[in-house]
Design a protein around this ligand. Structure first.
Ligand code: SF4
Length: 495
């Protein structure tokens, strides 16, 4: 947490290993480090001399693999695994990955982190041509495209399929003789390669999963790359030349673990720099700085360091509370906040408090946090947000796909301040965010996707375009037209 205490969610984490006698168990450990990326389901497929064995289930990894006998059946020295975040209504085991496909010429397992923007049209056209889908996830599409390809080899078919799907993706595939990773042409979703002391190779959504199995980081998988790992080692291939970096900035702000590095940038350090920059942009006189645990603690440390105001623990996270699912009523949602957070009365009573949070999504949780602090006796509550206002939906792998869920899409900063009842409210600027992360790639926004904040989408929105535009007011459409006119990207117009 936070991103307003989990109102936005990542869609999945992947992990794979090639060349270790305990591959499935290592995958379990890797997935454990990635559990924050998805808690609704988990699965592992192993490869034992070309025989693929899989197991998957709903719930946390520890629940799915609580039975030792399950793990013992996942034999072999290669494996891939997946932890999944599912949007409401799709929490069926059919959607839990990796998917295991049994073909006459060899089994293949597939796991995916991200979201395809042309999923609906591809799926419809595949179904019209006889394809039968077993899940409502967009992941199966890739395998249908590979199998229907007329290319002479699996790799050629895979490359063609990767050129056909659009959006954000990091795929892992396990065939009988290789572990394959592939990233989308913008590199929205991270994927890193590591190597263990015994020579085994590891692929993971975040480097924290490399650390947990003591694998040494080798490189990030760059936009548009395919990595093929087999008994000979690894090689990199490309399926397209139309690449640019548009790495999801929310990975740095909220999703990724602070001990992970993305393209060489440590996530904790980036968050701390955001806090330092925020303090310079929007200072305020107060007695203490407190961060909303856990993802805002780094930014709070930066804010405190830059201002000299003491960094205190004014909010405590309940470590044992289960993830709250979308609550049916406002009352239950508010109760959910109380279950997750408590204000420390002995610290905040009578004090002027600066609260650092990483973002405001709906605003309801921020309002509750301010209320908790006031009830605990805080004299003033100043809210500082270590990212710009979230105004636009994401179509590349985050579960916010309409503007109506985002308070900043419809309200000014002053209106939000009034709603959450803070004494003052300020957000980090877009330039401040880009410079604090400091990716410095030769691409718009230094190689970061910032569409959540400014509507400048790095790719065409394909199937989402019409519905998205229809959801906007005439003024919002007009504004988006202006965004498009000033877009730093060269793809076709949104409007
Ligand atoms: S729109 Fe936002 S959440 Fe989605 S990829 Fe871009 S920065 Fe990340």
């Amino acid at each position: 947490m936070s991103a307003e205490l989990e109102d936005i969610n990542e869609e999945c984490g992947v992990f794979g290993v090639w060349g270790h006698s305990d591959a499935a168990r290592l995958t379990y450990f890797g997935l454990h480090a990635l559990q924050h990326r998805g808690q609704e389901g988990a699965g592992i497929v192993s490869n034992d001399h070309g025989q693929l064995h899989g197991y998957r289930g709903l719930g946390l990894l520890t629940k799915v693999f609580s039975n030792e006998q399950v793990m013992e059946r996942l034999t072999g020295n290669c494996a891939i695994g997946h932890v999944r975040y599912a949007t409401a209504g799709s929490g069926s085991v059919d959607n839990i990955q990796p998917f295991l496909f049994r073909f006459h010429d060899g089994d293949v397992a597939l796991a995916h982190n991200g979201n395809l923007t042309n999923c609906t049209s591809l799926r419809n056209s595949l179904e019209d041509n006889g394809a039968i889908f077993h899940s409502n996830s967009d992941t199966e599409i890739l395998m249908h495209l590979i199998r229907r390809s007329n290319k002479p080899t699996f790799m050629e078919g895979l490359k063609e399929a990767l050129r056909t799907v659009h959006g954000g993706f990091a795929y892992l595939l396990l065939t009988q003789d290789a572990l394959i990773g592939a990233t989308d042409p913008n590199g929205f979703r991270p994927l890193s390669l590591g190597r263990m002391q015994n020579g085994a190779y590891v692929l993971a959504s975040e480097t924290c999963a490399l650390d947990i199995v003591s694998a040494e980081f080798i490189r990030d998988i760059e936009p548009g790359e395919i990595i093929v790992i087999n008994d000979e080692g690894y090689r990199i291939e490309h399926y397209t030349d139309h690449v640019q970096h548009a790495v999801c900035s929310m990975e740095f702000i909220y999703f990724a673990r602070p001990d992970s590095n993305i393209y060489g940038i440590n996530v904790h350090s980036a968050r701390k720099r955001m806090g330092i920059r925020l303090a310079k942009e929007s200072p305020v006189d107060a007695d203490m700085v407190i961060g909303v645990p856990n993802s805002s603690l780094s930014a709070a440390a930066g804010f405190a360091e830059a201002t000299g105001i003491p960094n205190e623990m004014g909010l405590i996270k309940n470590q044992y509370v289960a993830r709250t699912f979308i609550q049916p009523t406002q009352e239950l949602r508010e109760q959910g906040v109380r279950m997750k957070l408590s204000a420390v009365r002995g610290v905040v009573a009578g004090k002027r408090v600066i609260v650092i949070d990483d973002s405001i999504v709906r605003g309801t949780t921020s309002k509750r946090i301010v209320q908790l602090l006031r009830e605990a006796g805080a004299k003033e509550v100043h809210m500082r947000i270590s990212s710009p206002p979230l105004k636009y939906p994401c179509f590349y792998g985050i579960d916010i796909q309409t503007t109506k869920e985002l308070i900043a899409a419809k309200h000014s900063v002053e209106e939000i301040r009034e709603y959450i009842n803070a004494d003052s409210l300020a957000f980090l600027s877009l330039d401040g965010l880009v410079e604090s992360i400091g990716l410095h790639k030769p691409a718009p926004y230094g190689g970061l996707c910032v569409a959540y904040f400014n509507g400048d989408y790095p790719t065409a929105l394909d199937d989402y375009r019409d519905e998205f535009l229809a959801s906007l007011t005439p003024q919002e459409r007009e504004h988006l037209q202006e965004v498009k006119q000033n877009s730093k990207y060269s793809h076709e117009s949104l409007i």
